[in-house]
Design a protein. Sequence first.
Length: 299
Amino acid sequence: MIRPRTEHALILLGCVVLGIGELAWQLCRQLAPARAAQRQMAASCGQITCPERDAFAADSPRADDTSASPPAFQPIDRPHQQTVRILLVEDEIDLLRSVARALREEGYAVDTAENGEDAAFKIQSWDYDLVALDVMIPGIDGWELLRRLRRTKKTPVIMLTARDTVGDRVRGLDGGADDYLTKPFDLTELLARIRALIRRGAGQAESRLELGDVHLDLATRVVSHRGEPIALTAREYALVEYLALHRGRVVTRTTLYEHLFDENDSSLSNLLDVHVSNVRKKLGRTFIITRRGHGYCIE
């Protein structure tokens, strides 16, 4: 027979154990979304492989073939997305910096690569929306990069090269390039060609979009509200353009981060919220709709 004092001690111990179990359950519930987000980030950063990246990298030399392969990751199918994140591959440093700066001033997110190996790694690790590719680069040349990319992806490619013969242009276009621009080129022409690829990729033939009282000119990158031009920053314009070309569809925060910000953006905690708030102040509180738990859209 258990004495009363012993019985009370056992009951108290049982309560403590149950309390710890409940606390552990609550902690697991709170940590689950964070762990899921970490897994998603690891996948997008190339820490987890997927069949598409493995196929692209099959021809690339590996420094250590004995290392264990990461667990396979099955990517989620997403609808075709607007071209706003660009990979610029160029070995001439001054040209690389000047073109990258001009593209960023236009509101594009730009990653850069100075050689073929770096470009191959970034192409297989990220879903770029456009690749501006030089032919004569150290390591894997532009022709080979284009061949590998076309085996797995439909990413728009514009060739930027000093190889200006008819044979080179034919080789590039027949090899899968969407456009071919020879050096030296005018920067305004390059930007115009990129805008054309953006419209084509989004299935948008016209350069003007009407969104109620808001008009968007994709060619001049001018936004007007009730006939009055509205001054937007480059990043605010990129946000409006992306959502406008996906009108009627909810775009997740993750997708917006991936396509509006590049590898040089280090502080992303609330940048998107700041840009959305600024656009609403300029174009109306209901211009960008928030779908709680899903993302943003323009209806």
